[in-house]
Design a protein around this ligand. Sequence first.
Ligand SMILES: Cc1cc2nc3c(=O)[nH]c(=O)nc-3n(C[C@H](O)[C@H](O)[C@H](O)COP(=O)(O)O)c2cc1C
Length: 363
Amino acid sequence: MPGTKLPDLVIGDLRFNPPIVQGGMGVRVSASRLVSAVANEGALGTVASVGVGEELADRTPDYPTRSELGLREVMRDTRQLTRAPFAVNVMCAVTNYGQLVRVAVEEGAAAIVSGAGLPMRLPALVADRHVKLIPIVSSARTAELVCRTWTRRYDRVPDALVVEGPLAGGHLGFTLDQLAAPEEYRLERLVEEVLGVARTYGPGNGAGIPVIAAGGIFTGNDVARFLRIGAAGVQLGTRFVATHECDAALPYKEAYVRCRREDIITIISPVKMPARVISNDFVKRILRGEKVNFGCPYHCLVTCEPDKAGYCIAQALLKAYRGQMDDGYPMCGANAWRVDRVVSVRELLDELVEQAEAELRRS
Ligand SMILES: Cc1cc2nc3c(=O)[nH]c(=O)nc-3n(C[C@H](O)[C@H](O)[C@H](O)COP(=O)(O)O)c2cc1C
């Protein structure tokens, strides 16, 4: 790699430096404070749109209306705090997918990042080609499927691909069996395989579609490793939770600082995908099969079967975001046990950049 400075993450006409993406984190864990702080450092911040309207439930009983108002409010608050471009994450698993994508575009999202399912019809929802479309994939096979389908149906390829490996936080695109064999699904290997697909579908100048590596990236050395194998950037979630600017309440962040390796477990969430969480009394209750605070005021997830689910994940995540840890759980990546303190976004990014640059100089 020439020089020692980290390269820009280039996505079409957008450039980010450091080449670091703060992944979208619901419910409200990545909202205006975190996203603007990241954007103001030159990196790419991502608003999580899932469940964002639930803070407005008291004043707006109608679910679609408050989802729309909630996302508009968070994006406008973010815009008040930064002039830099930022992304919006919309999970494919939500029942109001089209609505959230439309609102994100209307409110000026620079990019839509979309996973927890494959965003096959995303280009049909976004006419403006300036808005970058970034699918999250977990294999070369799914990357190929998205690229081939978008090319055929929409004459369009993704502007970047996020490859999320099995160590990531949030919902995981792997089965529990696959998660039990982490060596086979090492992120390095997934990134190399997806780079093969990205080169085939690139814009024709040989550069390929930029590939962003995500899941378990913790240190600057990790950042350097993925840049060296050809990733255009890296996406982190867990490390951004443990920042002062992260929008979640302090008890959420303290759960990260306190947790031990054995407290981090994967459960099958009502989304019907594995999700990694920090175990607590609430998690123990749902794992025992208890029905907890159950009631489904709306059907917010395509895959959730309210009559079979023991609890409402939207409510559980909202409560955790507010710091009511007895009524919900924090999601986290596999490396959350390594978090030992809460720092500012600037400190975190400075640390990652300094280590990554030193590592690249060494090699
Ligand atoms: C608390 C938390 C919530 C998350 N929520 C979402 C989400 O709403 N949508 C999504 O696509 N990814 C979500 N993720 C995944 C992150 O965006 C990111 O890709 C991932 O955490 C990277 O792995 P790391 O945590 O090991 O850095 C979440 C992750 C965490 C830790």
